[in-house]
Design a binder for this molecule. Structure first.
Ligand code: MRU
Length: 334
């Protein structure tokens, strides 16, 4: 099995990132040297996935501090630039949390900020393993079958999104390693195809058997009894257990509840946001209409067609069997 590619790192005072918009056709890295470049990379989804956004937020502060030094920015300018990073995407709580985790070290100088950011990146990657093991054990217990499990997932939650093993995909990897995985059903995840382009790429690299389906097919595949459990990640978990995740997650949760199969959310503790009381208070990112009216840049709708492009949806806690983190299993819902 090939090593995981370096998804996000720090070299010579700059961020290096695997360009996730180019996968699977090209495996290429970008060097990000300024706040402008980082904000652009986050907004274009070169760098994406909630835990990776947390890492990018922390490294972003280190980057901004180095840039401030080069350009002689005053503190107000530096704070304004850091705020642009924090606000680059609104839904994943991890981005702002990553920024806030290292921001207090600014007065101690660039080296202290850099060291704290790198520690956080390391911790984010490490959290995945414990989470994956706990989630795999939970599914084996809950599904109550001796046959290898058929697991359905949405979007991309592997090392591309999380560093390390991944969250939902980390659970799947653990099942695979212990020979308890049959195959994975992967939703394509329109509009930007993170399932088809990224999850299938990661599963293929790991030699894990998988089937790609159109997003609209998910509930039918579940109703047909072709999957034993659904496992997804999260961008923000509200204090009452409501979960924001990639658009299309809610439909899978409804289908899983109707079919009586487990619906597991796998996310690090840092994705739980006690300051957000419920899903209604989670800001849902709206992205450009062209992502829907075109596929991979090719128009598929008449030029005057308008589109709604909610990047995330909210799944109510009562549809979720459990949330698994690196520390615990939480049951808010059904
Ligand atoms: O828009 P994206 O690709 O950043 O959305 C990512 C997702 O929705 C993931 O499911 C979520 O961040 C969890 S990643 C472990």
């Amino acid at each position: 099995m090939p090593d995981d590619p370096e998804v996000l790192g720090w070299r010579d005072g700059r961020i290096v990132a695997l360009d996730q918009t180019a996968l699977p056709q090209q495996v290429r890295q970008l060097t990000i040297g300024t706040v402008d470049e980082l904000v652009d990379a986050i907004q274009r989804l070169v760098v994406r996935g909630a835990p990776v956004l947390g890492a990018a937020g922390a490294l972003g502060v280190a980057l901004a501090v180095r840039q401030a030094e080069r350009h002689g920015w005053d503190r107000d300018t530096l704070d304004a630039q850091i705020d642009r990073i924090r606000r680059a995407r609104p839904t994943a709580v991890n981005l702002g949390a990553g920024v806030s985790a290292v921001e207090p070290l600014i007065d101690q100088g660039p080296d202290a900020v850099q060291a704290a950011a790198l520690r956080l990146v390391h911790d984010i990657a490490e959290a995945n393993h414990a989470l994956g093991r706990r989630g795999a054990a939970f599914l084996r217990e809950t599904c109550r079958t001796d046959r290898p499990l058929r697991v359905h997932t949405h979007c991309n939650t592997g090392s591309l999104a999380c560093l390390g093993w991944g969250t939902a995909l980390g659970v799947i990897r653990c099942l695979h390693e212990s020979a308890h995985l049959g195959h994975v059903v992967v939703d394509e995840t329109r509009p930007l195809l993170q399932g088809a382009r990224l999850t299938c790429w990661e599963l293929a690299q790991q030699g894990i058997e998988h089937y790609l389906i159109c997003d609209g097919a998910g509930p039918f595949v579940i109703a047909q009894g072709l999957t034993d459990a659904v496992v997804v990640g999260a961008d923000r978990i509200a204090a009452n257990g409501d979960v924001a995740n990639k658009i299309g997650t809610y439909a899978l949760a409804l289908a899983a509840a109707a079919a009586g199969i487990p619906f597991l959310v796998a996310a690090p503790e840092s994705t739980i946001d006690p300051a957000t009381p419920s899903g209604a208070a989670i800001p849902v990112e709206q992205r450009p209409a062209e992502e829907v009216t075109a596929i991979l840049g090719m128009p598929v709708a008449p030029s005057r067609t308008r589109a709604l492009n909610h990047a995330f949806d909210i799944t109510p806690a009562e549809l979720i069997t459990a949330v698994v983190t690196e520390d615990r299993i939480i049951r808010w819902g059904r």
